[in-house]
Design a protein around this ligand. Structure first.
Ligand SMILES: [Cu+2]
Length: 328
């Protein structure tokens, strides 16, 4: 039964005043929205490249890949004007993209130039973790080999306990494993989604932020990023051409938030989840990439314009999991 209008007014008037006391700390935005779909972040031009390259490295023809990664502590920028004291592979967050082909051997050396033990866990490898994914002490190194047997987009990360802290501090990256028969030609981008949970650093270094453990446990990140920097591909859109096949290799490093990957204005022609060599899905709008997972997305925009790509979990898009594919 519908509540009479007068009764509604009465109920509202009788609402205990405690319900309308001091506003919450975080208020929903009330400003006039940008005149662009998904205007969560200002859209720039393609005139200057983004701080972190998103273009995928070229497919390799080498069958043996000698990869040497140094782990070191460094300060990185995770959003415009926001610096973070990170633990890294090769001094960057995410670490370098590694690209190999099914059947290739990765001859891997891990060097620890940081202050504490670290390790490396390749999701693209099938090895005994107790042999390969072991701690490397500071000033020490580790060497092992693995063969890429399954194609797909894979995460790699430090697995040293607490892995939560090592991943939250920036120790992750992506491996692309190509099928032996190459995928169709496309414009290719790699996006590693991840979160940062931050608080001011100690003492004189308060301007550089560090990991906030209670925020981490509460799943309340300050930034959610593609390739380690909030909204960098909105301010520096990724170019594409009308009618061109665009392929996104999306790896979700987390450490906590599922990515609901979506391209506004597009429908994915094909999605290859994890190591699937045949499409898992065709003609889909949004597909979750689980934490610790990766998928390959193919979309073909046919009209010139700006196409936002987001995690459709919109708290995360608001915190930086947003970019623009600029189609010309
Ligand atoms: Cu580590």
């Amino acid at each position: 039964m519908r509540t009479p209008f007068a009764l509604c007014i009465l109920l509202f008037a009788c609402t205990p005043s405690t319900d309308r006391q001091a506003p919450a700390k975080e208020e929903a935005p009330t400003a006039t929205p940008a005149n662009v779909s998904h205007g969560e972040a200002p859209v720039g031009t393609t005139a200057t490249p983004a701080p972190v390259e998103a273009a995928a490295p070229a497919r390799s023809t080498a069958r043996l890949h000698r990869v040497r990664l140094e782990m070191l502590d460094t300060v990185v920028t995770i959003a415009e004007g926001v610096r973070y004291r990170a633990w890294t592979f090769a001094g960057q967050v995410p670490g370098p993209v590694l690209r190999v082909t099914v059947g290739d051997t990765v001859d891997f050396t891990l060097v620890n130039r940081a202050m504490m033990p670290h390790s490396m866990d390749f999701h693209a490898a099938e090895v005994a973790p107790s042999r390969a994914y072991v701690n490397v002490m500071p000033k020490d190194s580790l060497h092992y080999r693995w063969v890429a047997k399954v194609s797909g987009a894979f995460m790699y990360h430090c697995g040293t306990a607490p892995a939560a802290a090592h991943i939250a501090n920036g120790m992750y990256g992506a491996v692309i494993v190509d099928p032996a028969r190459p995928r169709p030609a496309a414009r290719e981008y790699v996006l590693v989604q991840s979160e940062f949970y931050t608080m001011p650093g100690a003492g004189a270094d308060s301007a550089t932020r560090t990991l906030d453990w209670p925020k981490f446990l509460s799943l309340a990140p300050d930034q959610v990023t593609f390739n380690g920097r909030a909204a960098q591909y909105a301010s520096h859109p990724l170019p594409a051409k009308s009618g061109e096949l665009v392929r996104f290799y999306v790896v979700n490093a987390g450490p906590n938030r599922v990515s609901a990957f979506h391209v506004v204005g597009g429908i994915f022609e094909r999605v290859f989840m994890d190591g699937r060599s045949v499409p898992t899905l065709e003609g889909v709008q949004t597909v979750n990439v689980p934490v610790g997972g990766g998928s390959i997305f193919e979309v073909r925009p046919t009209e010139a314009g700006d196409y936002p790509f987001v995690s459709h979990a919109f708290a995360d898009a608001t915190k930086g999991a947003i970019g623009i594919l600029k189609v010309e």
